[in-house]
Design a protein around this ligand. Structure first.
Ligand code: FES
Ligand SMILES: [Fe+2]
Length: 336
C-alpha cells in the first residue's frame, strides 16, 4: 500500500449515524498484490484477507477460517489456485470454496456445494483492485467505470498517496455540490454551480467555456476550458479536465472505519515530456487540485473542515448554496 498523508485533528466522537454506503471501492493498485501474496487489510470497519492465486485471480475474505478459526492472514499461504490455512492446511479458492483438505478421506457436499469463506466480490479495473461492499451482501448493482486512459499508450499515471480523513464518504462527495465553499476554502473567483444530473447510481455534471491561462513565462494562452464529471456511487469519481492540456482524475473514496475514510487521487495525462510548456501546465493543474498554487488551494484546504465538522440532517441553507438536499436525496439510496 502507498504511504498515507495523515490529516487527523481532534474531533468529537461519533459524529455520524450512517452505515457504510454500498458501492464499489478502491482497495489498492493491482501491482500492490503480487501472485502468491497474502495481505491482511482493514476496510469497512473490519479486517479482510486478500490473496492473488497463480492464475492472477484475487480473493477477499473475512479473516478467520471456517474450520477451527485460524487467521488466514497470519501464516496463510498461496498454493497454486488455493489459499492454505496455516492451522490444518485446508485449501480455499478465490471464490471461497473449500477445494482440498489434505487429511480428509472425502469432502462432504456440505463443505463443497457453496463457498464456505465469506467474502466480497472483487474485480480489477483501471490497474486497480476494487471490492463491492453491501452490508446485506447484495450482489453488485453496477460496474466499475472503465477509464481507458489507464492503459492508453502515451499516457502517464501519477498515483498520489491517500488522505486519511476522519469523516464519512458522503461528506467528501457532498463537497462537490457545495458551490459556496469554493470561494472561501479554495480561492475560486466565482462559484461554479452548474447543477448535476442524477440517473440511478450516477451523478454527472459538465461545464465548458473560454479561458485565459498563463504559461510558466507568464504569457497568456487563450483556450477552451471543460470539465466532465461522473460519480459512480459513493466511491468513484472520474473527472476529465481540459485546459490546453488534458487531465483525467480518478478520485476514489473508500471507507476504512465508521468515521475514517481514504480519499485518493490518480492523475492521468498524455506524456508531455517533450513539450515543457504543456508539462508545466499539467503540473500546475494537478497542483491546484491537491495543494496550493497562487490563490488556489486544492483538497488540502477541505481536510480540517471534514476532520472536525458535524452533520446537520436539516441544515440552515440560503439561496446561494448549491443543491445540497438534492444531492443528499440521491446519496441516500446507498444506505438502503
Ligand atoms: S483452522 Fe483452518 S484449516 Fe483448521
Ligand atoms: Fe472542497
Amino acid at each position: 500500500m502507498t504511504s498515507l498523508l495523515i490529516a487527523r485533528e481532534s474531533a468529537p466522537e461519533q459524529r455520524y449515524s450512517f452505515p457504510v454506503p454500498y458501492g464499489w471501492y478502491r482497495l489498492m493498485l493491482s501491482d500492490e498484490l503480487q501472485v502468491g501474496e497474502v495481505q491482511t487489510v482493514r476496510f469497512f470497519g473490519q479486517e479482510w484477507v486478500l490473496f492473488r492465486d497463480a492464475n492472477q485471480k484475487v480473493g477477499m475474505f473475512e479473516p478467520h477460517c471456517p474450520h477451527l478459526g485460524a487467521h488466514l492472514g497470519v501464516g496463510g499461504k498461496v498454493d497454486g489456485e488455493l489459499l492454505r490455512c496455516p492451522f490444518h492446511n485446508w485449501g480455499f479458492d478465490h471464490q471461497g470454496f473449500c477445494r482440498q483438505i489434505p487429511y480428509a478421506r472425502s469432502l462432504s457436499p456440505k463443505l463443497t456445494h457453496e463457498p464456505v469463506l465469506k467474502g466480497l466480490p472483487v474485480i480489477e479495473a483501471n490497474r486497480m483492485i476494487w471490492a463491492w461492499f453491501h452490508r446485506d451482501g447484495t450482489a453488485p448493482m453496477w460496474e466499475v467505470p472503465n477509464v481507458p486512459e489507464a492503459r492508453a499508450p502515451g499516457w502517464l499515471t501519477r498515483h498520489d498517496p491517500a488522505f486519511e480523513i476522519r469523516t464519512i464518504a458522503q461528506e467528501i462527495a457532498e463537497n462537490s455540490v457545495d458551490a459556496a465553499h469554493l470561494k472561501y476554502v479554495h480561492g475560486q473567483e466565482a462559484p461554479l454551480d452548474v447543477g448535476s444530473c442524477y440517473t440511478g447510481h450516477l451523478r454527472t455534471t459538465a461545464l465548458s467555456g473560454p479561458m485565459s491561462i498563463e504559461d510558466s513565462q507568464g504569457q497568456p494562452i487563450e483556450c477552451e476550458f471543460s470539465v466532465d464529471f461522473e460519480q459512480s456511487g459513493p466511491g468513484i469519481q472520474v473527472v476529465r479536465l481540459s485546459r490546453h492540456v488534458s487531465l483525467v482524475m480518478l478520485i476514489t473514496i473508500t471507507p476504512v472505519e465508521a468515521e475514517l475514510t481514504h480519499l485518493q487521487f490518480s492523475f492521468l495525462h498524455p506524456d508531455y515530456g517533450d513539450d515543457p510548456i504543456r508539462q508545466a501546465l499539467v503540473d500546475d493543474l494537478i497542483q491546484e487540485q491537491i495543494g496550493e498554487r497562487g490563490q488556489y488551494v486544492g483538497v488540502v484546504a477541505d481536510l480540517p473542515i471534514w476532520n472536525n465538522k458535524i452533520y446537520h440532517h436539516r441544515p440552515l441553507l440560503c439561496d446561494g448554496d448549491g443543491k445540497i438536499m438534492e444531492f443528499r436525496r440521491w446519496f441516500s439510496q446507498f444506505y438502503e
